[in-house]
Ligand binder design. Sequence first.
Ligand code: CDP
Length: 256
Amino acid sequence: MELEKPLLDENKRRIDGRAVDELRPIKIEAGVLNRADGSAYLEWGENKVLAAVYGPREAHPRHRQDPTRALVQCRYNMAAFSVSDRKRPGPDRRSVEISKVISEAFSFVVFREQFPRTSVDIFIEVLQAEAGTRCAGLTAASVALADAGIPMRDLVVSCATGKADGELILDPGKEEDNRGQADMPLAVVPRTEDIVLLQMDGHLTQEELKKAMRMSIDACKEIYVIQKDALRKRYAVTTEEPVEVQETIDTQIKEE
Ligand code: CDP
């Protein structure tokens, strides 16, 4: 029988060459869909995720409306083609759970009292999955909410820490998730360090749990910078543009 390759080599390098506290590469673009009020596209390692936000808009069905505040509703969906095994299209227990924990995380930051009877609808579509899709989806949705101009305390950021070959590893990849001893996704408001999502699969000691939370929070602060850059790029106004327009007008006047 062939022995499985260890998840960490003798220098504590991971199978994809990362250090134990290293994130996979992350790219975010804000405002990628014209129809939605806000949107974002995110690539995180091999994960590819689209997020769209509508609202605040009148909540339907009406009996679900809250007369004192907005509902924050999330639908997380993994496309049937997002994994190589056949995935049955449509909601399953896992996607219902992920949608619920993400809605709850955003309910904490959105100023819901400002918009009674409405709902803020968040759609997360995972186009390609490679472990850590709830963190990727939540991080993308946060940018989409800001792009939609939804009043919020701050952006929310998410990242998991796991355990493989007895060591804590930041942002587990697919094989580390499958063969590791623990996977702990966490979402945080970076400025205040309020934790708005914490789940765990596997086993960690109390000491490891504390250290893993610190690793995830520090990584979230790095990702926060990428989120803000994406929003800055989306709303940056170049000062050269009006000058060019003025030059065109001047040329036209001269020609006339
Ligand atoms: O994606 P995340 O880590 O948040 O959630 P998970 O339930 O721990 O799933 C881990 C990974 O398993 C996903 O990211 C997918 O790559 C994979 N998966 C799959 O191949 N087929 C499914 N039906 C569900 C998940």
